[in-house]
Write a protein that binds this ligand. Structure first.
Ligand code: CTP
Length: 212
């Protein structure tokens, strides 16, 4: 039975130097709606929240992260204590190999950033889950390849379910989603899509409660 839910939300910031970073367009909105819906459903919610302008919903203590490394540490601390992890954070796939300690000065020469791949956090959680624990990931891809890539992520990362969204979802108010489960189900949330993220969040939390 799902009692304790761990939700990650928002982008990561990967430092280039003392003042600059690499980021993405995630607003964290869906994760915040999920946290709110989970709270309203009576679940015990832990929210790991990235660098976003939005505030966490009332009554939900948020633990803040900036980088992939921060989020990895927080997952080490909080993952074991949850029944379900909902990994809505838009985690960077690459980060600068080294961040300059000072602000890089402007120069006439071109500047090359060397990027290294980040660890796959959700896959690492899925690999160490205990019996009965569930891990849900997200897949944000071009609509033309969304279904195939979402199903590939489900398998490759060892997830129990993946929520697939077309690219336009990031930063938008509405969402169009399909859920693929490890046991082969394909679920389209009612009612008509696209739907406001707040409505989708309530639906997904209900679905999690009914399924696990
Ligand atoms: N994710 C993660 N750690 C990363 C990258 C992504 O935990 N370093 C998680 C995201 O939070 C999301 C899921 O993996 O739940 C899918 O993220 P996405 O960026 O779409 O997947 P990629 O890892 O980039 O997969 P691909 O190799 O197919 O691009």
């Amino acid at each position: 039975m799902t009692r304790r839910i761990l939700i990650t939300a928002g982008p990561t910031h990967e430092a280039i130097d003392a003042v600059r970073y690499l980021a993405n367009r995630s607003s964290g909105q869906l994760g915040l709606h999920l946290a709110e819906a989970a709270r309203d459903a009576g679940l015990e919610v832990t929210l790991l929240l990235g660098p976003v302008a939005l505030s966490p919903p009332a009554g939900i203590p948020a633990v803040r992260f900036e980088s992939v490394a921060d989020l990895a540490r927080l997952l080490d601390e909080h993952f074991a204590g949850c029944d379900v992890l909902v990994m809505a954070a838009a985690v960077a796939d690459y980060r600068p190999r080294q961040a300059a300690a000072k602000k890089l000065p402007r120069g006439a020469e071109k500047l090359c950033l060397e990027l290294e791949p980040t660890p796959d956090l959700v896959a690492a959680c899925a690999a160490r889950k205990r019996p009965g624990q569930r891990v849900i990931g997200f897949a944000l891809e071009d609509a033309a390849v969304l279904d195939a890539r979402a199903q590939d992520k489900l398998r490759r990362k060892g997830l129990d379910a993946v929520v697939a969204n077309p690219l336009g979802t990031m930063g938008a108010r509405d969402i169009r989603a399909t859920i693929y489960t490890a046991d082969g189900r394909v679920i389209k949330p009612p009612p008509a899509q696209p739907m406001p993220k707040a409505d989708f969040a309530r639906w997904l939390i209900e679905w999690i409660g009914a399924t696990w």
